[in-house]
Design a protein around this ligand. Sequence first.
Ligand code: MF3
Ligand code: CO
Length: 264
Amino acid sequence: MSRLRLPKVAKKSPAEVELMRQAGAILARTLTKLCEAVRPGVSTAELDELAEAEIRGAGAIPSFKGYNGYPAALCAEVEEVVVHGIPRKSEILREGTLAGFDLGCIYQGWHSDAAFTAAVGEVDELRQRLLRVTAECLDRAIAAVRPGAQLAQVCRAVQDHAEAEGFGVVRSLVGHGIGRRMHEPPQIPNFVDNGGFAEYDLVLRPGMTLAIEPMITAGTYEVRVDADGWTTRTADGKPAAHFEHTVAVTKDGASILTPYRCQP
Ligand code: MF3
Ligand code: CO
């Protein structure tokens, strides 16, 4: 029997968490502006430009650009795109669809990472419910964060809620620790039924900083990656939603470091 090794998770000092909160504040302002800019007719390339200008204007650096060769500041997640959609001039947001935006920045050496999905104009009941439930999955996951909790409780909070609503939980992509790097231990799955993650047994402690990001689908949880090597879509073409916050574990719970405003 092989034993999975519990990863070492860096704890940040209160001063370091405050720097991450500054990075998160820049990101949150940018995401709130993106949310206000979502409307039929706007291109995802325009939104990418807006995001990059806002981040650089605040003295921060867009962390996705150049990451493993990723070509933009923003990931645009239109309809069935779950994650990592490359913004394009020819990709125009259309009434009745979902559009998600994932963005990260580095400020004074510290990372933050967050995402939301929004309705473009009016959307049908299924899409409204998918948005609401995915946002609730993130809220419930964050509510499960407290010192002494096992990470599995956070993962289970997402899976239980999504599956009770008949939605799919993407298995091949997970949340992550975050700090001086965008991706640090632990991995944070949105499910608990797959084994294979030593992280489930991790006991949360104050100073841990986590990027929690449920990726929820209206149908199958299987995804496919386009020939561009990035754009990740649901295998059945049904819509997906993605919400993410960077949070810090505090002495009595979690503090959201990326408090953007974009309510479904
Ligand atoms: N936000 C993504 C994550 O949490 C990272 C985007 S990948 C990139 O892992 F290449 F676009 F940076
Ligand atoms: Co992330």
